[in-house]
Design a protein around this ligand. Structure first.
Ligand code: RAT
Ligand code: ZN
Length: 421
């Protein structure tokens, strides 16, 4: 039994949260066997689209996005390093992340000296070893981050990716699991869908599209189907959105969950490419309620982009057993907002949700996104457990460990393994 005072709770919660093995249920990481699509290293960290967006706030008007993007990755990284790390302090969350990574890899002095080339040198021995070097680096990152596996984003409409799946899927380590990402179906992007169907020899019909998805599921063996819904999304059956209906049918027929990312407004500033997507208003949460009602056997994983949707999301999760909330997404993935969202979720849902996903695009980001989130989640949990013991409950270390594991992956795995059919 624990000494149930605040200091004891705090030190045990922090130690359990830092050692909990996490499941990262949504990332954009691809395995080393996918060659150039597997991104890692300091130049990739510095050119993460969050940082590109931040750089353009500070850039002189003479620097136009097209010119910036035309430069090599190394040059872009140097420009961002100078603007955001040398000319000003890297105090934003995305910048601080770039500091945490090399320090975790043992490059404290290089960072203290603000020596970008010295940081680059660290990666050389891995780079010189080709795929084997990338595999070694990947293993090192997963071990240090305490992540068991990360779910990828695998896009069957993207020829640069599909070449790694067909005719024969590339092998990859257990650290990676697949997810079949189908945004064009919900966005009504008929041209992309039609081109993909035609190129792979399918008819551009509802049956052709269904067969396309079924065959991709057989190839990728995804954990779930995933789509981000456009900010003005309507129900699949409304307004003749056949792509949405095809997706729902396949989820029903295969009993495969659908993960939704709700509320992104794509191309707010198209010239910034990925860095130009955003959020303008809160999304219509009743759409999610209607999906859960209309498709009761389909399991929905959901996360909202807008801070203003987070409360109604919690309420919805208490109404529908086919709904599971996960993570603090993108513009919500900042310590102050993670704190607010996690406290609210614990108060309303107990441990029946997944506290975080990293959304990493660069392998090394696992080394900052997870520890930064762990620190916030541990401090929220300390508050919540302190209130609980003050109310008269007592806790054992085993009970704390069990609860924390739920937030870091076992609630997700429980949800994924339950069948509502
Ligand atoms: O956070 C991001 O990296 C965004 O660009 C999106 O890709 C988002 O995570 C998504 O999955 O749609
Ligand atoms: Zn994402």
């Amino acid at each position: 039994p624990l000494k149930n005072d605040r200091d004891t709770i705090r030190s045990i919660v922090f130690s359990e949260v830092s050692s909990a093995v996490a499941i990262d249920l949504h990332t954009h990481l691809l395995p080393p066997t996918h060659g150039a699509l597997c991104l890692w290293g300091i130049d990739e960290l510095l050119t993460y689209h969050y940082l590109v967006a931040e750089y353009f706030i500070t850039a002189p008007p003479s620097i136009i996005p097209e010119q910036f993007y035309a430069k090599s990755k190394q040059q872009q990284a140097e420009i961002i390093w100078k603007a955001l790390f040398i000319d000003r302090s890297p105090i934003s969350e995305a910048c601080r992340g770039v500091i945490t990574v090399p320090v975790t890899l043992g490059l404290k002095d290089e960072i203290r000296n603000r020596d970008l080339d010295a940081v680059r040198k660290f990666y050389t021995s891995f780079r010189n070893d080709g795929i084997a070097g990338a595999e070694r680096f990947s293993q090192l990152v997963y071990d240090k981050a305490g992540v068991k596996y990360a779910v990828m984003t695998n896009i069957p409409f993207e020829p640069t990716e599909t070449q790694h799946w067909r005719p024969t899927p590339k092998e990859y380590s257990n650290n990676y699991r697949s997810a079949c990402r189908v945004d064009p179906l919900l966005a009504g992007n008929k041209i992309v869908v039609e081109n993909a169907l035609k190129a792979a020899g399918y008819n551009n019909t509802i049956d052709g599209a269904k067969q396309f998805l079924h065959d991709w599921c057989d190839t990728m063996k995804p954990e779930y189907m995933m789509a981000s819904t456009p900010h003005d999304f309507v129900m699949p059956e409304d307004k003749g959105s056949t792509g949405g209906m095809v997706l729902m049918k396949v989820c029903e027929e295969r009993d495969i969950p659908l993960a939704l990312k709700i509320g992104a407004h794509r191309k707010l500033n198209p010239r910034l490419l990925d860095a130009g997507d955003g959020v303008v208003a809160f999304a219509d949460g009743s759409m999610l309620a209607r999906l859960c009602t209309r498709f009761p056997t389909v399991r929905f994983l959901a996360t909202f982009l807008s801070r203003t949707n987070q409360h109604e999301a919690c309420v919805l999760a208490t109404k529908f057993r086919n709904l599971h909330l996960y993570g603090c997404w993108w513009f919500c993935n900042n310590p102050s907002i993670i704190k607010e969202i996690t406290s609210m979720r614990i108060e309303m849902l107990g441990t029946a949700f997944t506290a975080q996903h990293s959304d990493s695009r660069v392998l090394d980001q696992l080394l900052y996104k997870w520890p930064h989130s762990r620190a916030v989640i541990a401090s929220v949990l300390t508050e919540e457990y302190t209130k609980l013991i003050e109310s008269g409950w007592s806790l054992t270390r085993g009970e704390l460990r069990r609860d924390i594991q739920r937030l870091f992956g076992s609630s997700y795995e429980e949800f994924m393994s339950k069948s509502l059919v």
